[in-house]
Design a protein around this ligand. Structure first.
Ligand code: FEO
Ligand code: CA
Ligand code: CA
Length: 747
């Protein structure tokens, strides 16, 4: 079967993260020609200098080779790729489904019927759908207070990114031409409540983890929950709405993808593909051309009713509180405070949740910028140094960002909750990454005082003049365009190696790169050293079909540095593809993969990294998977040159171009091994562990998502019935994995 990268998985209900809205032309085709000339000179004579430069950083920082903890060895037998409707684990490992969509979080809520009959209101006390990023926070033995090192009792905070819509409603509802343009309000309410975040207590008192439904910490946050806007954008004109005319609040968090944690014991949930949910008119509705530029850059240029039509309840919005109107950003009133034209500006943020304070209102941390936030992982907190977060913006051709706090870390804040969040996350500098072809890079601050930002930016035929720093943060994609940031092949999760400090970012795939006609402006985005592949995977997918993982070494090993060196740690590929130009990392049948998305470092096993896939390119051969990795360090490979065949690049004119880049050391059985393959139609995403490393929690998101609405009453035609099997509807679930007889996961 020919597979396609036109993914319709719910990351992208409208293909949101598959559609480039970056028309900046940064690193466009013209600049690539220049860069190619420069690269040739680098290859011929200049590379030695560049290589010495970045190797030197690694050696000086790490003391010459003892920088990774090499005492841990992968000890399991690799799992084979497969298309089975089960979770496949290595021999000696078992799992149980711990927290499935619809599972009650209190004793008063009935067991999930899983036939679409469960009410909208009940979902305020049930697991949401599409479990994604997740973190474990230890509780004391009595279950009354934080005790982060406890491995037998803790809180799981997790995201519910999206929904598999047909499985939330009854067969009768879905069978009746579902969904119609005018939606049933009760169905909308349910879909809203199924989004958001869960905090649930889990306890292992009998040898198996279970949700403690009596816990007072259990909580659902939904796409309707009251949120505070914090940081520099709080109160700004750009976030004033009819709901909060002073611009200090909004309702809901949305499309919560990956996550972050803080050194003060709170959870960060990241809003990714929120843009698709809003009803918006065709161009020229916004009050000003400036607003049009911003709308185009974040939401695309076309009209939309929103992914699920939440702005269109049958009979109109009679809630009296604009529960549905708030999803419509059309200008209808005289001023922004009369309508919801700015509602979308209140989404696209990192949101801090204190899992230990069930009544606390979540805070959207606007200093960290607004974009399609995938995840936010911190550098190690060091007393007297700033707190630093690395963040991906997941859409084709978007950027990698870094946040550096103004305040320096004080360990006395370790239990500071949201107040500590105010201190470290409401004031800081936002940077965007520029990757140079010689293996170096810069962090460019996005500040209204930057000359290029101050000068304004022209896009879509309009001039955009930033009003102030709040405008820069709300529209930081435009600011990043202006300063020449490097468009990447869809930045997903970030992770910081606990020992080396190297920063890893998954770049999941990109079939736009190299094509002409991908943008309304007709610009092509060529290849560059940091995004160097364009190939035909042999089955019709052209571009960077399988993704890669880039690695950055901050100058001086200082997370707050303004420059870095980089290499490409790992290239995704199908085994059997050309090992010089495509399968560059030398993947084998035991570790080949496509579309890396989740990436996470164990805290219990210092050099162990997990890679999770969300794929549409290799899914004719295997369901999505998780691999265990023992990465080396920046600079452990070397310079390489990739030949891009002219047959693979039919339209950008760059026939047979050679792209020079820097590749990490090849993978081997000792350093990369497939640990898990999921059931049909799922992606594997979200991971956390008990502090002793003896249990890991992962999420199986959207099994069976390719099931057709027409088959809703025919379970035999479901793509998946995991985890319950039989005739059950499939359910996104958190699973907990342990090793028989105990032991570190992966050993
Ligand atoms: Fe929600 Fe980019 O994955
Ligand atoms: Ca993801
Ligand atoms: Ca994804």
């Amino acid at each position: 079967m020919t597979h396609t990268l036109t993914k319709h998985h719910p990351d992208s209900p409208n293909g949101e993260d598959d559609i480039s809205k970056n028309e900046s032309g940064n690193r466009g085709f013209e600049s690539v020609l220049d860069a190619r000339l420069a690269r040739r000179s680098v290859l011929k004579g200049g590379f030695g200098l560049a290589a010495t430069g970045f190797m030197g950083v690694g050696l000086s920082a790490c003391g010459g080779g003892s920088d990774t903890d090499n005492s841990f060895r992968l000890g399991f037998t690799a799992v084979a790729k497969n298309l089975n409707d089960v979770v496949t684990l290595p021999a000696g490992y078992t799992y149980s489904a711990l927290y499935r969509v619809g599972d009650p979080i209190n004793a008063a809520t009935a067991a999930y019927a899983n036939d679409g009959s469960d009410t909208a209101a009940s979902f305020e006390f049930r697991a949401g759908d599409h479990h994604d990023g997740m973190a474990y926070f230890g509780l004391n033995a009595a279950g009354t207070a934080k005790s982060l090192s406890n491995s037998s009792r803790g809180l799981l905070a997790m995201n519910h990114e999206n929904i598999t819509q047909i499985f939330l409603h009854t067969s009768a509802e879905v069978g009746a031409g579902f969904p119609t343009t005018a939606r049933v309000a009760a169905q909308i309410d349910k879909e809203v409540n199924v989004h958001g975040v869960s905090v649930v207590e889990v306890q292992n008192s009998t040898g198996t983890f279970a949700v403690n439904k009596a816990s007072t910490f259990n909580r659902r946050i939904t796409a309707a929950t009251e949120m505070d806007l914090n940081g520099p954008v709080r109160g700004a004109a750009l976030v004033q709405t009819k709901y909060s005319t002073t611009g200090v609040k909004t309702r809901g968090t949305l499309n919560n993808c990956a996550n972050g944690v803080t050194p003060w014991g709170t959870y960060i949930t990241c809003e990714e593909n929120w843009a698709g949910y809003f009803k918006r008119p065709a161009s020229a509705n916004p009050a000003t051309s400036k607003e049009q530029v911003a709308q185009n850059r974040y939401m695309g240029t076309g009209a939309s009713n929103g992914s699920y039509g939440w702005a269109n309840p049958s009979g109109g919005d009679v809630s009296g509180t604009d529960l549905y109107n708030r999803w419509n950003i059309t200008v209808t009133g005289a001023a922004a405070t009369d309508d919801f034209r700015n509602a979308a500006n209140t989404f696209g943020w990192n949101v801090e949740v204190d899992p230990f304070s069930p009544a606390a209102i979540p805070r959207k941390r606007t200093a960290m910028g607004r974009f399609g936030h995938e995840g936010a992982m911190p550098a190690k907190a060091v007393a007297g140094k700033p707190i630093v977060y690395y963040m991906g913006d997941d859409s084709r051709g978007e950027y990698i960002y870094k946040y550096v706090s103004t305040a320096n870390w004080d360990a006395a804040d370790a239990n500071g909750g949201l107040s500590a969040g105010d201190k470290y996350l409401d004031s800081g500098k936002l940077y965007v990454a520029k990757f140079n072809d010689n293996g170096t890079g810069q962090w460019i601050e996005l500040n209204i005082t930057h000359p290029t930002i101050a000068a304004g930016y022209t896009a879509y035929g309009y001039a955009y003049t930033f009003a102030d720093q709040a405008d820069v943060l709300v529209n930081c994609r435009l600011a990043a365009d202006a300063v020449g940031a490097t468009p990447m092949d869809r930045p997903e999760w970030t992770g910081v190696h606990p020992v080396t400090g190297d920063v890893y970012v998954t770049l999941t795939n990109n079939t736009d790169r190299g094509k002409t006609g991908s943008f309304t402006s007709g610009k092509a985005r060529g290849l560059d050293a940091a995004n160097p592949r364009y190939y035909d995977d042999g089955e019709g997918i052209k571009g960077n079909a399988n993704g890669h993982i880039i690695r950055m070494k901050e100058t001086g090993s200082d997370p707050a540095a303004l420059s870095f060196n980089w290499d490409i740690y790992l290239f995704g590929a199908e085994v059997g593809l050309d090992t010089t130009n495509i399968n560059i990392s030398g993947l084998t049948a035991d570790n080949d993969f496509s579309s890396p998305d989740g990436l996470w470092f164990s805290q219990a096993v210092p050099s162990l990294m997990w890679i999770q896939t969300d794929d549409g390119a290799y899914t004719d051969v295997t369901n999505c998977m998780m691999l265990a990795a023992l990465p080396g360090k920046h600079g452990d490979g070397g310079a390489t040159a990739i030949n891009v065949a002219n047959t693979a690049v039919p339209s950008n004119g760059a026939a047979n171009q050679t792209v020079a880049t820097y590749a990490g050391k090849d993978a081997s059985a000792a350093t990369l091994r497939r640990f898990l393959v999921g059931p049909k139609g799922c992606e594997i995403t979200g991971i956390t562990e008990t502090p002793d490393g003896k249990a890991i929690f992962i999420n199986i998101q959207h099994p069976g998502e390719d099931t057709l609405a027409a088959n809703i009453a025919t379970p035999a035609s479901y793509q998946s019935t995991w985890p319950e099997g039989g005739t059950a509807r499939p359910r996104s679930s958190t699973i907990v994995i342990t090793k028989t007889g105990g032991g570190l996961i992966g050993s």
